[in-house]
Design a protein around this ligand. Structure first.
Ligand SMILES: *Cc1c(COP(=O)(O)O)cnc(C)c1O
Length: 389
């Protein structure tokens, strides 16, 4: 393989510092490695931070979405509405039940699911909608929840990007029937792998707690601690979806600085948007005035009418300048599974297609220095200038 020039500024780097390391060491020394007191502490602190009644930890956001759909008793033949512009996990979980992910188009400006498209897609078989907070910007949650109430369907928010984020002054995690977060390595809070489901509904939370650990009626740690005995009952064909105390120890440390990390990303976003506002061939992300993004992603849209360079070439040029970037997302309907197996070939999603063809995600994370942010700005503006029509 040809050796490229080194990447000086990677697209993403998790922000792990001296806070996380002693927490993990303490956990290892305690001798209790998997789900136990640390996981309980993480869940309690997470619920407290969000302001939700229940927080159920899981080993991924995918697992959280899966148990959330199980909690509402999704069945074969049911339908769940999902946006085209998302990561495949949002839709894949629906197929686990033999149910159908009904893919709908998004708004051009926010890249979030379009309420009008949800309205058109609801049928008698619809059981839920999974709005995805793209890049960390909350969807139109009031409109979505009120439509869902009217149609008697549930709202399971995919907030993999949205920690912390707020909507009309309310925290994401309290807006939908259930909300699923990701602690994957690239996400705003990272435990390597991990996830959390928040809900006000105790029944759904209990069902998720049972399903995440073999369908057992009690958590293993309660079995071995003073709370119980050797006895347990399997009440469901559950999964192995629990978090570990090692992950939770990282999570507890990360949770303390989620606000600070968001502010760091917001500063970078402001700097980018300010600089790019003077370049008419670029559109910066648009956030509606009644909500705050977590700024998990910073995506620009290229105006092909003003540029002599394709999106893919633009990414290559950034790479040549030592800057990593990415594309969010390859729309669901383009992936062979959804296109060929689920019958989305020939279906059109004009906005998500339009976004996909023009978008680039730039580095945005705490630890990206001011100088590095300037370098990214300079590189992007330089590529635009050199490739003007
Ligand atoms: C990352 C991501 C997921 C999956 O999260 P995991 O924790 O890796 O399972 C789901 N939805 C969206 C929108 C994501 O970006």
């Amino acid at each position: 393989m040809k050796k490229g020039k080194g990447i000086k500024i990677p697209f993403h780097k998790p922000f792990l510092t001296k806070d996380e390391i002693p927490s993990v060491v303490e956990c290892l020394k305690s001798g209790w490695l998997t789900m136990g007191h640390k996981t309980e502490e993480f869940e309690n602190k997470f619920a407290g931070y969000i302001g939700s009644k229940n927080a159920v930890s899981l080993n991924s956001c995918t697992a959280a979405l899966h148990v959330a759909l199980a909690a509402i008793d999704l069945k074969e033949g049911d339908e769940v509405i999902v946006p085209d512009m998302t990561f495949s996990a949002t839709a894949a979980v629906v197929t686990y039940f033999g149910a159908r992910p009904v893919i709908v188009d998004v708004e051009r400006e926010t890249h979030n699911i379009d309420i009008k498209e949800i309205e058109k897609a609801v049928t008698g078989a619809t059981k839920a909608v999974i709005p995805v907070d793209f890049g960390g910007q909350p969807c139109d949650m009031d409109e979505i929840v009120s439509l869902a109430r009217e149609k008697n369907i549930k709202v399971i928010e995919d907030a993999a990007h949205a920690l912390p984020a707020s909507y009309k002054g309310r925290t994401v995690g309290t807006l939908a029937d259930m909300t699923c977060f990701s602690f994957y390595v690239t996400k705003p809070l990272s435990t390597g792998e991990g996830g959390m489901m928040t809900t006000e509904n105790d029944e759904w939370a209990d069902r998720a707690r049972i399903l995440r650990l073999h369908g057992m009626s009690k958590d293993a740690y309660k079995r071995y601690s003073g709370h119980g005995s050797w006895f347990y009952e399997v009440t469901d064909a559950g999964f192995k979806y629990n978090m570990t105390d090692i992950q939770s120890s990282i999570g507890i440390s990360q949770l303390k600085k989620v606000e600070w990390m968001r502010k760091e990303r917001e500063k970078i976003a402001k700097k980018y948007s300010e600089a790019f506002s003077r370049e008419c061939a670029l559109t910066a992300p648009f956030v509606k005035s009644d909500r705050e993004s977590s700024w998990h992603l910073y995506t620009i849209i290229l105006d092909e009418k003003q540029l002599n360079i394709s999106r893919n070439e633009f990414i290559e040029e950034l790479k040549n300048k030592g800057i990593g970037s990415s594309v969010h997302f390859i729309p669901l309907h383009i992936h062979p599974y959804y296109r060929d197996k689920l019958g989305y070939a020939g279906k059109t999603f004009p906005n998500s297609q339009w976004i996909y063809e023009r978008t680039i995600s730039l580095p945005i994370y705490p630890g990206l220095s001011g100088g590095q942010t300037d370098e990214v700005v300079e590189a992007v503006l330089d590529i635009c200038k050199k490739n003007k029509k």
